[in-house]
Design a protein around this ligand. Structure first.
Ligand SMILES: Nc1ncnc2c1ncn2[C@@H]1O[C@H](COP(=O)(O)OP(=O)(O)OP(=O)(O)O)[C@@H](O)[C@H]1O
Length: 394
């Protein structure tokens, strides 16, 4: 049921509007002036506001301005008397959805309200869709290894099997984890990422399992850890090879029992989490060198997905270049630049570090420094580092 806020200093108007809209099934709150209305607006998310112009304390225009600062998506419909149509028009210019004149015409009021709310729900829907699209970035590539990865993701996503993603830095391991999550039955749940290498050893346990207030000096508040945050979803443990021995033991226990205990707590908390881990290290070598527990390795690596570096899937480079050309030019608000086949070939044959971020940076550099069409000389000038050129010339 939609919530409407009516702000008008004339009690009779509030009563009439409230009765009409209540009869139509809306839930109504009333305020007698702009200041009171604004307080209510701050405390609750309304679907629409009907607001008079001339009121004591805070008038309609001021309310409009302040409400837009807090939540610009909520439509404000101005109710205007005979004497202030001009102000009502000004209000529309300043962001009011529309205005209706007093005495309100019943049909016009209902239609305006319905249209305003339709627009809000469209705005909201677009925003969630945009977010979704942004989250599940496309996995570009048609090379044999990428097709194989996509196929594995499809097969594995439906299960709760743990997945270990391996590959060099920046080859797209996180992207694989996000795709797994997106295609699984957990997609409506959260995906929570922990970069195990970025968290100091003494904090990792509290980061993963949370802590109770006072459990250590800086634990001034109770804190929920990543395992609990990921409940019902996926926990992505990035750089798992860098996790301390103590933390490994606790993660192992959490995986075996499906339960965790917060640092300094004694309660066991059940968690329903699918774990996807990633590493750029050779974990079996780490096991040999006693840096990583073999039992944890076995728990994590039911399914193995190896993401090859760029040099091992050169077929994908033209697709990736085109994809980044598109996104970089959009970002800069310019028409998409083209690239000569010979320049593309030079990029395809370039010796990449493997990190896809490097390729994106190169495309961005070419977009900034080249003309409308990227030619082989641009690649030579802006991509091949001076040291390699010396080698070529020598
Ligand atoms: N196949 C792909 N198509 C499009 N973009 C990709 C692809 N693979 C990777 N990227 C992009 O390259 C960047 C690096 O990818 P990602 O973060 O997934 O790599 P990673 O292996 O997890 O990196 P790190 O080892 O640094 O954690 C991201 O911006 C990602 O969106």
């Amino acid at each position: 049921m939609a919530n409407i806020l009516i702000i008008d200093d004339e009690k009779s108007i509030r009563k009439t509007l409230s009765e009409i809209l209540g009869y139509e099934g809306y839930k109504i709150d009333e305020a007698a002036d702009g200041a009171e209305g604004f307080k209510m607006f701050q405390a609750k998310t309304y679907d629409a506001v009907l607001c008079d112009i001339k009121m004591p304390k805070m008038d309609g225009l001021e309310f409009l301005e302040k409400s837009k600062e807090i939540n610009p998506d909520i439509p404000v419909i101005i109710i205007s008397g005979h004497g202030n149509i001009d102000t009502a028009v000004e209000a529309v210019k300043k962001g009011a959805y529309d205005y209706i004149s007093k005495p309100p015409d019943l049909n016009r009021l209902l239609i305006t309200l319905r249209n305003a709310m339709d627009k809000t729900s469209l705005v909201k829907e677009t925003r969630t869709l945009r977010k979704k699209v942004a989250k599940t970035q496309e996995m570009i590539g048609n090379s044999a290894p990428i097709l194989k990865i996509k196929e594995t993701i499809e097969k594995v996503a439906a299960t709760d099997a743990r997945v270990l993603v391996t590959g060099e830095n920046g080859v797209g391991k996180e992207l694989v984890a996000r795709w797994l999550h997106q295609q699984s039955h957990r997609a409506s749940g959260p995906i929570v990422e922990v970069n195990c290498a970025a968290i100091p050893g003494e904090l990792i346990e509290s980061e993963l399992f949370g802590h109770e207030k006072g459990s250590f000096t800086s634990a001034v508040k109770q804190r929920i850890g990543k395992f609990e945050q990921a409940n019902g979803g996926t926990l992505f443990l990035d750089e798992i090879g860098d996790m301390s021995h103590d933390a490994q033991a606790k993660v192992l226990r959490a995986l075996q029992e499906g339960r965790i205990t917060r640092v300094g707590g004694d309660k066991e908390i059940a968690v329903d989490v699918r774990v996807v881990a990633a590493t750029n290290k050779d974990l079996l070598k780490e096991v040999e060198e006693k840096n990583f527990r073999l039992d944890l390795y076995h728990r994590l690596s039911v399914i193995l997905i190896h993401v090859p570096s760029l040099n091992e899937r050169r077929d994908d480079i033209p697709l990736l270049v085109d994809h980044f050309l598109d996104s970089v030019c959009k970002e800069y608000g310019i028409a998409k630049k083209t690239i000569e086949p010979a320049a593309m070939k030079a990029l395809q044959e370039h010796n990449w570090t493997g990190n896809i971020r490097e390729l994106r940076n190169v495309v961005e550099r070419l977009v900034i420094l080249s003309g409308k069409t990227i030619v082989p000389e641009d690649v030579e000038d802006y991509v091949i580092p001076a040291r390699d050129k010396k080698k070529v010339n020598a």
